[in-house]
Design a protein around this ligand. Structure first.
Ligand SMILES: Cc1ncc(COP(=O)(O)O)c(C=O)c1O
Length: 294
């Protein structure tokens, strides 16, 4: 029996063709996700009961699956059906996030070498979320810089998140919201987010590459800027550029656009969210409304 949405024990999930309550959903200990972290995932925002930018997320899922040689078990329409059904049985019309995970599947014995014929394990969950950047009165967050010690294929949305987990935990232990990752003197992204800076009214974000996750929110912001004739460059950001920026933002599907107002021990800009953030958050909300209406 479902008790109340938001109680993780009573949510329904999708697992390998069934929709059991989360508490009853079980995966084998021989699943390669459990043994090796051998799998990929997506997080998709849901606004008023409707998945947002779903096709973009499913396209990135396909790229991650291709990169690790796991076959996509479903066509686009099947994914859309599963996700919409899950939203309906859990939330109805609420704001939520879909967590979708595909592992390579269950193996007979523990072996690093995989077969390309395995049946993937598919899990989809739907949990309520509050989207924080809708608060125009936010004072912003603190972030700290950290050396990027992750592997070289961060463009794959792998479930192997131990470095990200440790980097994020370190930030929270320092009373910060996020670790901004630096590799060879250049800013890459956050441990769970992409990054933008503003300098002299120009918006800039690092170019996509193997060392960062190409965020859906990042791409949307670039698209919104282009539509509104706002200059947004995809250009390397040095550590000096970061410290010299007028504004710094972190972006992700569940946090949207979050202004960083303290970086390490120093204020960013005036220590309050800057004018470009105010402009972009309004445009982002307007874009969301137009997509969700359409
Ligand atoms: C490492 C990393 N970079 C960037 C992002 C932002 O991606 P998106 O905008 O698609 O949520 C995330 C989101 O989880 C992330 O984990």
């Amino acid at each position: 029996m479902q008790v109340k949405f938001g109680n993780s024990m009573s949510d329904f999930v999708y697992l390998n063709g069934k929709y059991p309550p989360a508490i009853e959903a079980q995966v084998s200990i021989l699943d390669r996700g459990f043994m090796f972290g051998d799998g990929v995932y997506e997080v998709i925002p849901v606004y008023s009961g409707k998945a947002f930018a779903l096709e973009e997320h499913l396209e990135r899922l396909q790229q991650s699956l291709d990169a690790v040689e796991i076959k996509n078990p479903f066509a686009l329409a099947d994914w859309q059906g599963i996700i919409q059904h899950l939203i309906e049985i859990n939330t109805g019309a609420q704001d939520a996030a879909i967590y979708l995970q595909i592992t390579r599947g269950v193996m007979e014995k523990r072996d690093h070498v995989y077969s390309r014929e395995m049946t993937p394990t598919v899990l989809v969950m739907c949990r309520p979320v509050e989207f924080p950047s809708q608060d125009k009165n936010t004072r912003g967050v603190k972030a700290i810089t950290q050396e990027d010690n992750r592997w070289g294929d961060c463009h794959i949305k792998s479930i192997n998140l131990l470095p990200n987990v440790l980097l994020k935990q370190y930030a929270v232990d320092q009373k910060a919201a996020e670790s901004i990752l630096i590799r060879n003197g250049y800013v890459i992204e956050g441990s769970v987010s992409n990054l933008f800076i503003v300098k002299n009214d120009t918006i800039r974000t690092p170019p996509k590459g193997r060392n960062m996750l190409g965020g859906i929110t990042r791409d949307l912001i670039i698209k919104i800027c282009a539509k509104n004739k706002i200059v947004a460059q995809e250009k390397l950001i040095s550590e000096d550029d970061l410290h010299d920026a007028d504004e710094v933002w972190l972006t992700s599907s569940t946090k949207e656009i979050v202004p960083v107002t303290t970086l390490n021990q120093h204020k960013v800009g005036g220590g309050v969210p800057g004018p470009k953030w105010h402009q972009l958050i309004d445009l982002y909300q307007a874009y969301k409304q137009s997509v969700m209406r359409g």
